[in-house]
Design a protein around this ligand. Structure first.
Ligand SMILES: [Zn+2]
Length: 275
């Protein structure tokens, strides 16, 4: 069975909040369409999800350790609820500053978070873009990368204002943004709940989305179900092809997950950008 992987890219807009009324609709899982037209929701099946941070950080933030800590805290926020066997792990710093997926050597692929300055190629309204690589047949995610728009926005570790003309301009709180992007990386789409971390936009200076809303936690636990974790967590058959150990956690997606020996058949098709 020929399988293929796709990239999905999410775009977070950090513009004025829309004047639309707040809708009661809850979280939304990221969906994809299989080659035969079926809809599948994206999920991880190997834990912990390992990520690297580009060591250069941002010229906006002189405190490099603070930068790394803010990014780590963003992922930690999604681990705190303890949903299923969902785990994310900071592996180390890297010089890598590009997206992509090493399908020839998946164990060597790096999920990386990095800032772009002059080489930002996405919509300039986007504060950050998260790309995930997933199986087109099952929705299983195999990798992700997060690019941060350091060309059009000024970042800080506290969302504080900086002097500007004619009035002070608030900065983008790094942790606020990255907590949202981490939600995309684990399989959530935008929520219509304005208070949720996964709401599609955030004003400059906002820090409230560092903490997950109950809507975000419900979304997380719908993918990585706590009540089924003890019954379904097991050492993955694909462990031998990966570094370290993995915990395969049953999700609500189809059970016929592809296994890594089929990677040679995977083809990276294209990028799709979503607001
Ligand atoms: Zn987003």
């Amino acid at each position: 069975m020929a399988l293929s992987l796709r990239f999905l890219a999410f775009v977070s807009f950090c513009i004025a909040l829309c004047a639309f009324p707040i809708l009661p609709q809850a979280f939304v899982r990221t969906k994809a369409t299989t080659p035969d037209g079926k809809e599948v929701a994206l999920f991880w099946n190997e834990f912990p999800i390992k990520y690297f941070i580009n060591k250069a950080g941002s010229p906006d933030i002189s405190d490099l350790e603070g930068t790394y800590d803010a990014i780590k805290a963003s992922f930690q926020a999604w681990m705190n609820p303890g949903c299923g066997c969902f785990q994310a792990e900071f592996v180390g710093l890297t010089d890598l500053a590009e997206t992509g997926y090493n399908q020839d050597k998946p164990a060597e692929d790096q999920n990386v978070i990095f800032f772009r300055q002059g080489d930002w190629t996405h919509n300039r309204q986007a504060v950050a873009v998260t790309s995930v690589v997933y199986s087109r047949s099952t929705g299983q995610i195999f990798g992700f990368d997060i690019e941060i728009n350091d060309r059009d926005y000024r970042f800080s570790l506290d969302g504080s204002s900086v002097p500007g003309v004619p009035r002070p301009i608030a900065t983008i709180d790094l942790q606020n943004t990255l907590t949202h992007e981490a939600g995309h990386a684990l399989g959530l789409d935008h929520s219509e709940n304005k208070s949720a971390t996964m709401y599609a936009s955030a004003p400059p200076g906002e820090t409230s989305k560092r903490q997950l809303h109950s809507d975000d936690i419900e979304g997380l636990c719908s993918i990585y179900r706590k009540e089924t974790a003890s019954q379904t967590c097991q050492i993955s058959r694909s462990e031998q092809f990966l570094k370290g150990t993995g915990c395969a956690c049953q999700s609500s997606s189809p059970s016929n997950h592809p296994f890594l020996p089929l990677f040679a058949l995977f083809v990276l098709l294209f990028w799709r950008r979503r607001a």
